[in-house]
Design a protein around this ligand. Structure first.
Ligand code: PLP
Length: 390
């Protein structure tokens, strides 16, 4: 009989695996399902990046083990992009770690920093992968509630002194999944002061750094004076360049933390396939028009969806960034029951808010991940259920 190690007990089945299974079951009945549930970009990777991988795949150098911690040309490309986009200076050799997508780094940082009994501050609602690393480290989570009243920003004043004292790490994520909220420079300054005061490491998840609406350019945590002394930022090419399947991202910032992440990665993976590293470097240093186009596409999808939602009487604030919309459920439903109702009776997949934490209850997350026409159709189908007063 197989007996898993104790550390596995804290690892739940991936929440999205359940959602995908439900959506697939509905589609298997022959229904035309509109999937707005999973955060999976629907557009292909820009062709110049794909062509670079095809060419690089033939390079025999890449058929050997890559160097531990990755090729320096990719780290230099990362540093160049941060300098151009945010005016941030980093030493590519010491302050950039190449990751298998943002996910690996977000799980590894907890293993690098947390001992059993340490506290990690986690946003609620928030991206569930933060929990996994904390569970694997045997540490404790303390949730920071995010709500509409506080613009989905954590209230550091409300954190109990004994929790702040035991906390060693905190996660934050703007533009935010699941709420679509964005943060400004003032918030990051408060965060750095809070982290300095209590000796807490900040993990800034900037997965949606390229997607800000209404002329808002998302601020990088590293633009804040003192940020590099207290934390790192996680970035991924998954969303910015539609490269979710390629599994490539990076951690950037504090050299000590970057070194620890590299050390773990050296043991698990060595590094990514060199051809992917070369194509990723081109994505970061090549033409950036594709990123501007992507942002514009999500903004017009947002307008198309909210126009239709207003017509059916489903009211909520528009997201300021990311490609997620955070909407209150109809009266009388839990978020899961509401999502099930939409799936069964409208063939529309949305993510129940409770999957992102207890404070996500009462909401569902809709992804702008299909065409404007399909988003409008989803809204019309939901409207036909008569759950909202138009
Ligand atoms: N962080 C957030 C908030 C996300 O939504 C995602 C992906 O959905 C990631 C990180 C990780 O992305 P990846 O592992 O594809 O880089």
């Amino acid at each position: 009989v197989i007996q898993p190690a104790d550390r596995m007990n804290g690892l739940p089945t991936q929440f999205f695996a359940k959602l995908v299974a439900k959506a697939n079951a509905q589609a298997a009945k022959g229904r035309d399902v509109i999937n707005m549930g999973q955060g999976n970009p629907d557009q292909p990777t820009p062709p110049h990046i794909v062509a670079k991988l095809q060419e690089a795949a033939a390079n025999p150098l890449y058929h050997k083990y890559p160097p531990f911690s990755g090729y320096s040309f990719l780290k230099e490309a990362v540093a160049k992009r941060y300098k151009e986009d945010y005016g941030v200076d980093v030493d590519p050799a010491a302050e950039v770690a190449i990751l298998f997508g943002g996910k690996t780094g977000l799980v590894e940082i907890s293993q690098c920093l947390l001992n059993p009994g340490d506290v990690c501050l986690v946003p609620d609602p928030g991206y569930p992968d933060y929990w996994s690393g904390v569970a694997l480290a045997g540490a404790e989570m303390s949730f920071m509630p995010l709500s509409e009243q506080n613009r989905y920003l954590p209230d550091y004043e409300a954190i109990a002194p004994d929790i702040a004292k035991r906390a060693k790490l905190m996660f934050m994520n703007y533009p935010n999944n699941p709420t679509g909220a964005v943060a400004n420079a003032g918030f990051y300054e408060r965060t750095v002061r809070f982290a300095e005061k209590h000796g807490i490491v900040v993990a800034s998840d900037f997965a949606y750094g390229a997607i800000g609406f209404d002329g808002h350019k998302p601020v990088s945590f590293l633009q804040t004076p003192g940020a590099k002394e207290v934390g790192v930022e996680f970035y991924t090419l998954s969303k910015t360049y539609n490269m979710a399947g390629w599994r490539v991202g990076f951690a950037i910032g504090n050299a000590r933390i970057v070194g620890l992440i590299n050390l773990i990665q050296d043991h698990y993976y060595c590094s990514l396939f060199g051809g992917i590293q070369e194509a990723a470097a081109l994505a970061l240093t090549g033409p950036q028009q594709c990123v501007a186009d992507l942002r514009a596409m999500y903004e017009s999808r947002r307008e198309a969806l909210f126009g239709s939602l207003e017509r059916i009487g489903w009211k909520a604030a528009r997201p300021g960034g990311s490609f997620f919309c955070w909407l209150p459920v109809a009266p009388g439903y839990t978020s899961e029951a509401f999502a099930d109702r939409l799936l069964q009776d409208a063939d529309v997949v949305v993510a129940p808010g409770v999957g992102f934490g207890a404070h996500g209850e009462g909401y569902v997350r809709l992804g702008l991940l299909t065409s404007e026409a399909r988003l409008q159709e989803a809204a019309e189908r939901i409207g036909r259920l008569g759950l909202f007063e138009a």
